[in-house]
Design a protein around this ligand. Structure first.
Ligand SMILES: C[S@@+](CC[C@H](N)C(=O)[O-])C[C@H]1O[C@@H](n2cnc3c(N)ncnc32)[C@H](O)[C@@H]1O
Length: 208
């Protein structure tokens, strides 16, 4: 592994905004927790963290190099932090009902059927999100992939989630509010004139 990467991995351990256990509780000292899954360098966490200082944002990605970049940018922010782990392991960090919102931003589409289980909206992941979310909590999904989006709509429905909103072309006429935050992949795909889709779901019978 290149030395620069190794150095960054070692540095991660010393960052106070990168959590290896439930130390995020002490770091934030209270307030709502919003997760950005597949965050890479955490563009949603950083943007929403500035916009909503009363809420806390945690980016999760298995790639430490990307988390390093996000954590560096978030230095000095008291409401943004990161976890460099697999989403599958998140229940080691959070108790049931501790999270108020989950953003899944431009996740890998995994086009081959043999990889569908790895899609972050597959039946492997939705029960985890359901347990993490508190009453009234929601999952937001943004993707450029029509195939992944249609798969997700079906998957949430099959797992008994209520769909609150679907937008098939977020940037048609200009995106508004939190939807106007652009991730790295989103800006890349927009240059290729790909349409960004957005959906919002809530576990059934868990109204606000
Ligand atoms: C296509 S990138 C999107 C990054 C960013 N959200 C953006 O829009 O620019 C997908 C990211 O998901 C992460 N990822 C995929 N599966 C994961 C998993 N099971 N647990 C944690 N991270 C995962 C990858 O490491 C990668 O950084």
């Amino acid at each position: 592994m290149p030395r620069k990467k190794l150095k960054r991995f070692a540095e991660l351990e010393g960052f106070d905004n990168v959590f290896f256990d439930d130390s995020w509780r002490d770091f934030f000292g209270g307030g709502e927790v919003v997760l950005e899954l597949a965050c890479a360098a955490g563009q949603y966490c950083l943007a929403l963290g500035e916009r909503f200082p009363e809420k806390n944002f945690i980016g999760v990605d298995v790639k430490k190099e990307r988390i390093w970049k996000g954590a560096k940018k978030a230095e000095g922010m008291k409401n943004v932090g990161f976890i460099a782990r697999r989403i599958e392991d998140l229940e080691e960090y959070f108790k049931k009902g501790e999270v108020s919102e989950i953003w899944i931003t431009l996740p890998d589409p995994h086009p081959k059927p043999c990889k569908f289980k790895q899609r972050l909206t597959s039946s492997r992941f939705l029960p985890i999100y359901k347990r993490l979310l508190k009453a009234g909590g929601v999952v937001h999904l943004k993707t450029d992939s029509e195939d992944l989006f249609n798969f997700s709509v079906e998957s949430f429905e099959e797992e008994g989630w209520e769909c609150e909103e679907i937008i098939r072309d977020v940037w048609k006429g200009g995106a508004e509010g939190v939807l106007a935050v652009q991730t790295y992949y989103e800006s890349m795909y927009l240059k290729e004139a790909r349409k960004i889709k957005y959906g919002k779901w809530r576990p059934e019978n868990r109204g606000a």
